[in-house]
Write a new protein. Structure first.
Length: 101
């Protein structure tokens, strides 16, 4: 029997646990970097929106921001859910090691 990651759900060996934990940590790091880039882009959009207030370009900037926001929303949702799943996986691996140890 295996979990969602193809890992055996039986007692984990220290080596398999370390590999699973490292793989999850690496994926979490990648996802967190992606989310940070989105956060930085959102801050840039905020500055652009402030700068364009009261100008002819305000409506266009707002329309592009809304379009961008709707495009990245699924990415944010997926990344956050995946990070939560990976952290749960890390906890279950840790618990198997402790129960086997």
């Amino acid at each position: 029997r295996s979990d969602d990651f193809g890992e055996d759900v039986g007692p984990a060996t220290p080596l398999s646990a370390a590999r699973a934990m490292n793989a999850a940590a690496a994926e979490i790091a990648v996802l967190e970097r992606e989310l940070m880039k989105i956060k930085q882009q959102k801050a840039k959009w905020g500055a652009d929106r402030k700068r364009s207030r009261g100008t002819d370009e305000e409506a266009e900037v707002m329309q592009r921001y809304v379009s961008w926001k709707s495009a990245v929303a699924p990415c944010i949702k997926h990344s956050a859910a995946r990070i939560a799943t990976l952290r749960k996986h890390q906890q279950s691996v840790q618990a198997r090691v402790q129960s086997a140890g």
